[in-house]
Design a protein around this ligand. Structure first.
Ligand code: NAD
Length: 356
């Protein structure tokens, strides 16, 4: 058989790191299981043109740990993991590659479930699913959860209202200037909700077509991607890239509230303190953007739509609790969230130890 799985030594705090190679199929990939303390690890598969194996390894480790946080906080009974395929998603996709990847995922025996992430479409995942029962985020099938983006957008919108109430004393968004950065799957859906709620929209995207449509259909004001932080705004909703909040951008930021879908919005942890000093309420990304993984979890657990509805509603109350604790304890919201996750994981590990 051409498929080769090489167990690598995972760094401390990680459960497994496996390098997968299938020369015939052109597959080179990593699967990382960070933690199964809360349940089987779930996290998407990213296909990216990594320059080196080391770059891919670093990325999968970072992403897998992030999934443990997100899944634990959302109370999904799931652990954290991630996979990355080395290759150009525009030119290197083949049926053989995804089938080989599916065989590799099957060999984990259900300790890791994969799904779509950057560079992977539901069509690709449907090929993976021909070889494994542990591929989710599918468009078809009895429990298929489909596109997670609308659920992510709904969770972000509900949290944004909680944040508005905390900062402005009301969650009425009429006339509030909200800047949505990135009008992709999540950002567009969020912009529509904000428009319907009466917000004064500002939008920015490198995709000219998207901003023009927002101007024409949602009455949005458009700003160039490099002028986002120079705008006067009440609320900033980053829905494009990670790392957009750094020392320099925060110094310029006029918003009193940050709530958006993008993963890893803070370039480094200290930026949370800079935001606090400027009296800007930051709602932790991995808490507010959990709607998508909640949707995927309903597929893993083969649950009905009520599972998704219930857990989606819990995101906003969790955020309200985080805001309350951060104000009482004079901590950043991210420090509060991280502490909550640490407690959830410690308790889950305790239960696992008791059961052994
Ligand atoms: P997407 O690829 O559909 O949209 C991203 C948008 O950002 C695109 O329209 C792109 O043109 C735009 N963009 C890229 N660079 C930009 C820049 N410099 N300035 C302004 N716009 C720029 O992605 P998505 O699925 O909407 O996800 C958005 C973010 O939310 C990502 O960070 C993603 O990791 C995160 N996220 C998404 C989900 C989900 O359910 N899709 C769940 C959790 C987190």
């Amino acid at each position: 058989m051409a498929l080769k799985l090489v167990e690598e030594l995972a760094p401390a705090g990680y459960e497994r790191l496996v390098y997968i190679e299938d020369e015939e199929a052109g597959l080179r990939a990593f699967v990382c299981i960070h933690s199964t303390a809360c349940g089987p690890a779930v996290g998407g598969c990213r296909m990216w043109n990594y320059a080196t194996l080391d770059e891919a390894r670093t990325d999968v480790l970072r992403l897998a740990a992030g999934m443990t946080h997100k899944n634990a906080m959302a109370g999904l009974g799931l652990g954290g993991g991630k996979s990355v395929i080395l290759g150009d998603p525009r030119s290197d996709k083949t049926e053989a590659l995804f089938r080989a990847f599916g065989q590799a995922i099957e060999s984990f025996g259900g300790s890791y479930y994969t799904a779509e992430d950057v560079g992977i479409s539901p069509e690709d995942m449907a090929i993976v699913a021909k070889e494994t029962s542990y591929a989710v985020g599918l468009d078809d099938g009895a429990h298929a959860s489909g596109d997670p983006s609308p659920f992510t957008a709904e969770g972000v919108f509900q949290c944004l209202k909680v944040g508005a109430r905390a900062v402005f004393g009301t969650d009425d968004l009429t006339g509030r200037r909200v800047l949505v950065q990135g009008l992709g799957h999540v950002g567009w859906s969020l912009a529509e909700k904000l428009h319907a709620a009466g917000a004064q929209l500002l939008v920015s995207d490198v995709n000219v077509q998207a901003v023009e449509t927002a101007r024409d259909t949602l009455g949005a004001e458009v700003c160039a991607p490099d002028e986002v932080f120079a705008q006067e705004m009440d609320i900033f909703a980053p829905c494009a890239l990670g790392g957009v909040l750094n020392r320099e951008t925060v110094e310029q930021l006029t918003a009193r509230l940050v709530c958006g879908a993008a993963n890893n919005q803070l370039l480094e942890p200290s930026v949370a303190g800079d935001l606090l000093k400027r009296d800007c309420l930051y709602l932790p990304d991995y808490v507010v953007n959990a709607g998508g993984i909640i949707s995927v979890a309903s597929e893993v657990h083969r649950a009905g739509p009520e599972y998704r509805t219930e857990r989606l509603a819990q995101i906003a109350s969790r955020v309200a609790q985080i805001i309350e604790i951060s104000r009482k304890e004079r901590m950043t919201t991210i420090a509060v969230a991280d502490q909550m996750v640490a407690e959830i994981l410690a308790s889950a590990k305790g239960k696992v130890a008791e059961a052994v």
